[in-house]
Design a protein around this ligand. Structure first.
Ligand SMILES: Cc1ncc(COP(=O)(O)O)c(C=O)c1O
Length: 361
């Protein structure tokens, strides 16, 4: 007999993309990390924190700042949002979990389009929420059904994963207005790679929350850092469900340093965007249908009646040759592959192997 709540027994665990051991000789294009290193200011800030005090690491004796003030101040300087409208998280994943805990009673509805970031489903199940999904059309336009759907919490990833589609702020504002007693969460994990964002909605609307991460544009997936922007009363309520010391001392100084070096982030984002354009052209030349992406990855469908079989085969072939990409054996996704934009050399190696695989027919 299980001691778990029935919804925990019934749900599947979230399956993160493969993380090979550090130092493994693989080209890792499967979890949308940044291929370039973080700002050198980040390591300097971590070193300074470790060296401060009477002995190395002395400050680690003490708990970290529960309110991550230094990080939130840096975010405020970067965006013009007051500190009271900003909350820090152990990755944006923690912030998404806090939103479920704070706003959704078991049995209440959580809605999102399909296919999207799989963690929304995991979190909703863990909370015992009712899940309502609305299929994206083939071009990944926002599904009509989401508007006025009556859910307590609606998630929209913009840019969406795995499609890379970005949704205009005007359309998201309409969606927020249609929700009445519901909250719209705009997950902007990839937004720095896009031409537009919806951050202003977190200032203009009482029911919009925008989440962002340091894992992609700031090259800090390993630090586990995220930020949330929302009206001050929502932030004040969310603080109640937060782990007291959710960020450690090193993460707080690292995140602040990254935000205070916007030129570094911008340069890496520009490089990724340029490589993205080249990769998209090359995949289209190979006969794949490439979704226009505003993110640091591309989703490309294989052509022909055997598309699903060939997409799965491409994933396996590339893996055998030390190149990790993402294949989703799921409805509406199983005919394609998702590939993160790597360095120029990584992308060349990927394209060469993919060409070799496709030539086999
Ligand atoms: C859409 C989306 N949101 C959030 C995240 C999680 O980001 P973090 O590393 O900040 O937890 C990811 C990670 O891949 C993502 O794809």
């Amino acid at each position: 007999m299980s001691l778990f709540r029935p919804n925990i027994d019934a749900m599947d665990a979230y399956k993160p993309g493969e993380q090979p051991p550090a130092g493994a000789r693989v080209i890792k294009l499967n979890t949308n990390e940044n291929p370039y290193p973080p700002s050198p200011k980040v390591a300097e800030a971590i070193e300074a924190e470790l060296k401060a005090g009477a002995a190395p690491g002395e400050r680690l004796r003490l708990y970290s700042d529960p309110m991550g003030t230094e990080l939130r101040k840096a975010a405020s300087e970067a965006t013009g949002f007051p500190v009271e409208q900003i909350l820090h998280g152990n990755g944006s994943d923690e912030l998404l979990a806090m939103l479920l805990r704070a706003f959704v009673d078991p049995g209440e509805a959580v809605a999102y389009p399909y296919p999207t970031y799989v963690l929304y489903e995991t979190l909703a199940h863990a909370q015992g929420a009712k899940i309502r999904t609305f299929d994206f059309p083939r071009d990944f336009a926002l599904p009509e059904g989401l508007f006025g759907c009556g859910a307590k919490l609606v998630f929209v990833a913009s840019p969406n994963s795995p499609s890379g589609t970005v949704y205009p702020a005007g359309q998201l504002a309409e969606l927020a207005d249609s929700l009445k007693r519901g909250i719209l969460v705009v997950d902007e994990a990839y937004v720095e790679f896009a031409d537009a964002n919806a951050l202003e909605l977190a200032r203009a609307k009482p029911n919009v929350v925008v989440t962002r991460t340091f894992s992609k544009s700031h090259s800090l997936a390993g630090m586990r850092l995220g930020l949330l922007y929302a009206p001050a009363p929502l932030v004040a309520g969310l603080v109640k469900v937060k782990d007291s010391y959710n960020l450690d001392r090193l993460s707080i100084v690292a995140g602040a340093a990254a935000l205070r070096d916007p030129a570094w982030t911008k340069a890496n984002v520009e490089r990724v965007r340029a490589t993205r354009a080249r990769l998209a052209r090359a995949l289209a030349d190979l006969g794949l249908e490439v979704l226009p992406s505003q993110s640091n990855f591309l989703f490309a469908r294989l052509p022909g009646a055997r598309a699903a079989e060939r997409a799965a085969g491409a994933y396996r072939f590339l893996k055998e040759h030390g190149i990790l990409i993402r294949y989703f054996p799921a409805r509406l996704l199983d005919d394609g592959i998702r590939v993160s934009v790597g360095t120029e050399a990584e992308v060349d190696a990927f394209l060469e192997r993919l060409k070799e695989y496709l030539a086999r027919g």
